[in-house]
Ligand binder design. Structure first.
Ligand SMILES: [Zn+2]
Length: 471
């Protein structure tokens, strides 16, 4: 039913995804990636509002009118350090290109557009009414793009948000993700000659080190599901002969829910204050990013599951399987097996598929899950405001996981494009069911309200912090 309609857009969408891959732009600076999508959507009859939530590259494209309002979430940012030649079977950076699409967001954003275009055609064919919105969300990798958009109320009138992520698997994504806060601890002391006048100096580097020691002791007294990571983002210079007057660390604090994350962040801040007191240095805390935990929605997961089964998974030619085999062979079998999704219902079947096939070629059934997986996404913020669900579509060989050179190398392949187009179909079919049976949207909203237990959405990013990006 869907495929013949899709042929109208197939070439455009593949061109769009490949253009975004070729430009590989950083968070909040996805200038070309955003522009090509905005121009295409205008040509396709969508009304586009640019500069969403005060960003340069975020946009909201709309078609239709009235209720219900369905959101398709797209992304388009790339990752530093992952520039890679397409199709090469070894790490092989593109000269002069610092970034690469190691998370497949060139496919993600385009797949969201595919879903909305397809659903619009189906709505017109069936005479269904409602509003479709494509959210061009900047800065997922670093920058919390969707959190700013949620803070600005851009999802407030949505009845559901549908999204997907390129993956090694075909499945409904379930479970939660971690809430997180990222910030800088900046210590300022007094410089001095480290040999002749150390008593006059107050070391900012000592403060950074003592803070890290304190946090390492804190680890024994956190929940197992909490995580705290740090980088020394400025050690205060490379000369041991000078007492370092300025030093800085960047911390990332994660927990399973926003309130718990905020409490853990307070404890980390207290340790920083203690380190400043011990070293007689001044402390400045600069908030960088904040992401909410994801709230799963089982009602939407059911609809997505049915849509996925009806749509089916991508099918591959012998040539594509041969291509995938080359990339699969770059990762040891034990590592290939280590990334099996926790919610998978039949693990034996999946293990067999990983061992025997070059790439995932079946639909993996999952159990609904409330388990918080390690890691964070800004989709979490959207899920607090409107019922949200995510599909995973296979776009790569088995083996390497996200943020790898292998994902960048395969990003322009036919396998990647098949996954992207299939994602569009799955999302469109999910949206179609929701429009045909609006009572499902009521049930999905009830579930969200039940899970929130009266808590409203409160963005973790303080009001005075605006979209920004630190390298
Ligand atoms: Zn991603």
């Amino acid at each position: 039913m869907l495929n013949p309609i899709f042929e109208r857009y197939e070439k455009d969408l593949i061109d769009l995804a490949r253009t975004v891959w070729e430009n590989s732009e950083p968070s909040f600076r996805e200038f070309v990636s955003s522009r090509v999508q905005v121009e295409y959507l205008r040509r396709m009859g969508f009304t586009v509002t640019e500069n969403a939530a005060g960003t340069v590259t975020g946009y909201v494209a709309e078609w239709g009118s009235g209720k219900p309002v369905l959101a398709f979430l797209g992304e388009f940012d790339a990752l530093y350090g992952l520039a890679q030649q397409a199709d090469h079977l070894r790490p092989d950076p593109i000269p002069g290109q610092p970034m690469g699409h190691g998370c497949g967001h060139h496919l993600l954003g385009t797949g969201a557009i595919a879903g909305a275009l397809l659903l619009r055609d189906l709505m017109q064919a069936e005479g269904l009414t409602g509003t479709l919105r494509i959210y061009g969300c900047p800065a997922e990798e670093s920058g919390s793009g969707k959190a700013y958009m949620a803070r600005d109320g851009l999802f407030r009138d949505c009845d559901a948000a549908l999204t997907w992520h390129p993956s090694n698997f075909n499945m409904v994504c379930t479970g939660s993700s971690q809430s997180c806060i990222q910030c800088y601890f900046r210590f300022t002391g007094i410089p001095a000659h480290a040999a002749s006048a150390p008593h006059l100096g107050r070391s900012a580097l000592d403060a950074v080190e003592l803070m890290n020691v304190g946090v390492n002791y804190l680890r024994e007294h956190m929940e197992d599901s909490d995580r705290v990571h740090y980088a020394i983002s400025n050690p205060g210079g490379s000369s041991p002969n000078v007492v370092q007057a300025y030093a800085e660390s960047r911390y990332l604090v994660r927990s399973t829910t926003n309130p718990r994350c905020e409490r853990l962040y307070e404890r980390v801040k207290n340790i920083a204050r203690g380190a400043a007191l011990m070293t007689e240095t001044k402390l400045e805390i600069v908030f960088d990013e904040g992401l909410s935990n994801t709230i799963p929605n089982f009602v939407l997961e059911e609809v997505l599951d049915a849509a996925f089964r009806e749509t089916g998974v991508p099918e591959y030619t012998e040539e594509e399987r041969h291509y995938a085999a080359g990339f699969k062979a770059t990762v040891p079998v034990e590592d290939q097996l280590s990334g099996m999704p926790g919610a998978c219902r039949d693990r034996e079947k999946l293990e067999k598929n990983i061992r025997s096939s070059e790439l995932c070629d079946y639909y993996i059934e999952t159990n609904h899950s409330d388990v918080c997986e390690m890691g964070s996404t800004d989709v979490g913020d959207v899920s607090w405001v409107t019922p949200t669900c995510t599909a995973n579509l296979n776009c790569y060989s088995y083996g390497a996981d996200a943020h790898s050179w292998q994902w960048v190398a395969q990003g322009k392949s036919d396998i990647a494009m098949k996954g992207m187009l299939k994602a569009g179909e799955v999302l469109a079919r999910t949206g179609l069911t929701l429009l045909r049976q609006p009572e499902l949207l009521v049930r999905a909203r009830d579930e969200l309200n039940r899970r929130l237990k009266g808590d409203g959405y409160k963005c973790l990013i303080p009001e005075e912090v605006q979209p920004h990006y630190y390298d």
